[in-house]
Design a protein around this ligand. Structure first.
Ligand code: BES
Ligand code: MN
Ligand code: ZN
Length: 486
């Protein structure tokens, strides 16, 4: 989709469809004046009241150059945030796409002309029109995707519009990757996508293969991989700024399980197809790196994506197996379905060996976090209040809702094993916290934040502002964190 800035005024914008906001209580005065009272009449009719998610479409609006006018409800004006703007713009773009309108514009209005609102509007449109329909051949023939989106606003917004485009396109790239089924995206394919991304945007890329992992001693990662016919890959991408004002070196670590059957501790069949999404953390890291390469922040960033398929093959690891991790600690694998933490700890240790000073990981790690927080918030776990505050500030600016989870030392006791240094699971209770403690045992006291995205990485049903399937959550937080590092 083409994206540009149109400096207006909105009455003069020539487009197939112009979307505007109008809030609860009173029709937007500027739109009402331009349309000679049409909007007020609409409110008076009771058919539209400005509530969030409401829409009304007018064909050939008198007083406007646009061919159609779409009014989108903004809800209560005083509660309207950039996050609400992102949704409103997405709803506008999705509504018009469903009506096969290919070129659209959005005028957020005088009251919401600041850069954060403009960025959110652009992101919303790009994210809103995304459909995970790549492998549909029949229904696709009569679809008409939105080709062009213009934001109506002042010339000072040009930079914000461009940055928002880069970030939202990176997020859609993540969603596209995450949606690939396991027969079309094995660990080696993910590695190839990382190599292509690195070549296209100018990042360093190294992929560690199974032999290299054996030499280094990544027993936890290799243990998970051994049940699959697909070889594992540890994908490492590097971004180094031309000028840096800090010795900080951020690691972004993303779980890249291209399919999680559970291994020998096999999962039930019902819903297992969703485990193609078990590489959403890795895809988010890769998407974020694509945007970081273009936005060039002043901090060094290394991405690490341990990519494996968790299968119950003849060579699979068994419950009770004891593996030796890259860090040297031993782990008793009591449940082969707790594989995410096993691959992450070797990647985290490797990040530390590479000199990373701050560790941030995203992983579809536990069903337990979905029980705790549902599908609305990412679970955030940390050993460092200052670093966590930074991550949560980025998430807040980007409308990616998170919630800090406790990490009292009592939870860690569940991980005791009589036979090895640690067990890879505890009891059913507080499972997301126990999983976080397992990771924390390998962060060597570096500032670390773990984001459990099992409940937020994909939607089981479409929302008015987003298609069913992967959401691309944490991409915007990662990019915001890197670009606002200082
Ligand atoms: N990939 C799953 C977690 C998951 C569950 C992601 C639901 C998305 C939706 C993870 O590898 C897993 O299987 N975790 C187990 C851990 C348990 C065996 C301790 C779980 O949460 O059940
Ligand atoms: Mn699992
Ligand atoms: Zn998993």
């Amino acid at each position: 989709m083409e994206v540009d800035l149109n400096t207006g005024p909105f009455e003069e914008v020539e487009t197939e469809a112009l979307a505007v906001l109008s809030f609860e209580g009173a029709p937007d005065a500027a739109v009402d004046a331009a349309t000679a009272g049409w909007l007020k009449e609409l409110y008076d009719s009771g058919e539209f009241s400005g509530k969030a998610r409401e829409t009304a479409l007018l064909y050939r609006p008198a007083g406007l150059r646009a061919k159609r006018l779409l009014v989108v409800g903004g809800g209560k004006a005083e509660e309207f945030t950039p996050a609400e703007m992102r949704k409103a713009s997405a709803i506008a773009a999705r509504t018009l796409q469903s009506k096969k309108v290919p070129r659209i514009a959005f005028a957020p209005g005088e009251g919401h002309a600041a850069a954060d609102f403009a960025s959110a509007a652009v992101e919303g449109a790009i994210l809103g029109v995304f459909e995970p329909d790549r492998y549909k051949t029949e229904s696709k023939k009569d679809e008409k995707p939105v080709e062009a989106f213009s934001l109506v606003g002042g010339a000072e917004l040009r930079g914000a519009v461009e940055q928002a485009r880069i970030v939202a396109e990176a997020q859609n790239f993540t969603r596209e990757l995450a949606n690939e089924p396991a027969n079309r995206l094995a660990p080696a394919d993910l590695a190839n996508r990382a190599r292509e991304t690195a070549a296209a945007y100018g990042l360093e890329c190294e992929v560690l293969d199974q032999d290299r992992m054996r030499q280094l001693g990544m027993g936890a990662l290799l243990g998970v991989a051994q049940g699959s016919a697909q070889p594992p890959a540890l994908i490492v991408l590097g971004y180094t700024p031309e000028q840096s004002f800090t010795a900080d070196h951020l690691a972004l670590v993303g779980k890249g399980v291209t399919f999680d059957t559970g291994g020998i501790s096999i999962k039930p069949a019902d819903g297992m197809e969703k485990m193609k999404y078990d590489m959403c953390g890795g895809a988010a890291v890769l998407g974020a790196m694509r945007a970081i390469a273009q936005l060039k922040p002043a901090v060094r960033v290394t991405a690490l994506i341990p990519a494996v398929e968790n299968m119950p093959g003849a060579k699979a690891q068994r419950p009770g197996d004891i593996v030796t991790t890259l860090a040297g600690k031993t782990v008793e694998v009591l449940n082969t379905d707790a594989e995410g933490r096993l691959i992450l700890i070797d990647a985290i240790t490797y990040a530390i060996q590479l000199g990373c000073t701050h560790l941030l990981d995203a992983a579809t790690l536990t069903g337990s976090v979905v029980v705790a927080l549902g599908h609305h918030r990412v679970g955030a776990f940390s050993n460092n209040d200052e670093f966590l505050a930074k991550v949560l500030a980025s998430a807040g600016r980007q409308g990616e809702k998170m919630w800090r989870m406790p990490m009292d030392a009592e939870y860690k006791e569940q991980l005791k094993s009589p036979f090895a240094d640690l067990a890879n699971i505890g009891t059913r209770w507080g499972g997301s916290i126990v999983a976080a403690w397992f990771l924390r045992e390998f962060v060597a006291d570096k500032p670390w934040v773990h984001l459990d995205i099992a409940g937020t990485a994909y939607l089981d049903d479409a929302k008015p502002w987003m298609a069913k399937g992967p959401t691309g959550v944490t991409v915007r937080t990662f990019v915001d964190l890197a670009t606002n590092w200082a």
